[in-house]
Design a protein around this ligand. Structure first.
Ligand code: CA
Length: 327
């Protein structure tokens, strides 16, 4: 009897050991990137949105990066401050001739005095996503890339998890015109915090093709690189991306063909990219903006499973992870 129990226990242990890697592999096949943090729930790119995203256990948390006047990499989506902060009331005389306030015209210390809010339209003053966190309430601040990496690495230590970062270099040509080499500054910070190779749980992204190619070929970065794309690339162009990038980040619509009745059809983008060994991480999965889909679940399953993308950027990491788990 006792031997039988031992045998059953041994079987259970070995079946657990066999099933664990399978489960991990299944999850690892689709990558969830917390787009600007858990931005469906808290103002984008705030530390609070990042901590909340972390607790949902996505694979990566995204950082968009723009430089301050004193060359501090700031985590913010635009080169402008007007639609996510109270800069116009705090610094009314610091706009450029176009009436707009630029991150690069303010020191890190000045930027830290601003209040960050849920995104709003500057002209109408209306909140961009009406059902999200109420604009201009509570208290949120801007922060540096270093501060955010320390939050994520600190949580990795205290929770024992290993959640990655997914930084985006914003507008390198604009920064160069302002006399700054944003890529060099960002790469230095990443190196300082131990992100140097494809094993280091960091994916670096950029829309600017020349700049991402330069990051690989001139600045000799060995990081996992993703070429973001706004328009449907020609096959030749895709092959060129594969000479320096490890993946592409297309708009999800680039994966969709014409709808036939109620059936989605797909372009050859994912298959073409996979032939070139490029991963495909489309943007953006928003539960409150469904577009051509009837539900968030339909959007996630269509893009990730029917179109076979490798993952994607979402404002709602918890909802996307739940759907992936059910597959
Ligand atoms: Ca981004």
């Amino acid at each position: 009897m006792r031997n039988l129990l031992v045998l059953i226990l041994l079987c259970l242990i070995s079946s657990c050991q066999q099933s664990t890697p399978k489960q991990i592999n299944k999850k690892a096949t689709k990558i969830v990137v917390a787009h600007r943090g858990a931005s469906g729930y808290l103002p984008e790119h705030t530390m609070e949105a990042k901590a909340m995203a972390y607790a949902m256990h996505p694979n990566y948390i995204e950082q968009d990066i723009v430089l301050s006047k004193d060359n501090v990499p700031i985590v913010i989506h635009d080169i402008l401050l007007n639609e996510v902060t109270d800069v116009e009331s705090k610094f009314p005389n610091r706009s450029r001739n176009d009436g707009k306030h630029y991150v690069i015209d303010f020191t890190f210390k000045e930027l830290q005095t601003l209040n960050v809010t849920e995104r709003f339209n500057r002209l109408s003053a209306k909140q961009h996503y009406p059902n999200r966190f109420p604009a201009t309430t509570s208290s949120f601040k801007l922060h540096s890339l270093q501060q955010e990496i320390e939050l994520i690495q600190g949580l990795n230590k205290s929770t024992g998890k290993n959640i990655g970062i997914y930084p985006e270099i914003k507008k390198p040509a604009f920064h160069l015109k302002e006399g700054e080499d944003i890529s060099k500054i960002v790469l230095k910070v990443l190196t300082d915090y131990g992100y140097t190779s494809k094993k280091d749980n960091c994916i670096l992204q950029c829309f600017d093709e020349k700049e991402l190619e330069r990051i690989r070929k001139e600045l000799n970065s060995a990081l996992f690189l993703v070429q973001l794309i706004q328009y449907q690339p020609q096959t030749k162009k895709l092959a060129h991306y594969a000479t320096y990038a490890d993946g592409i980040g297309p708009w999800y619509k680039q994966l969709l063909g014409k709808k036939e009745g109620d059936q989605f059809t797909f372009t050859s983008l994912v298959a073409d990219a996979h032939k070139l060994n490029l991963k495909v991480h489309p943007y953006t999965f928003r539960a409150d903006v469904l577009g051509e889909f009837s539900s968030f679940k339909e959007k996630v399953t269509t893009i990730l499973y029917k179109a076979n993308a490798d993952g994607g950027f979402t404002d709602f990491p918890d909802k996307m992870l739940k759907i992936i788990k059910q597959q």
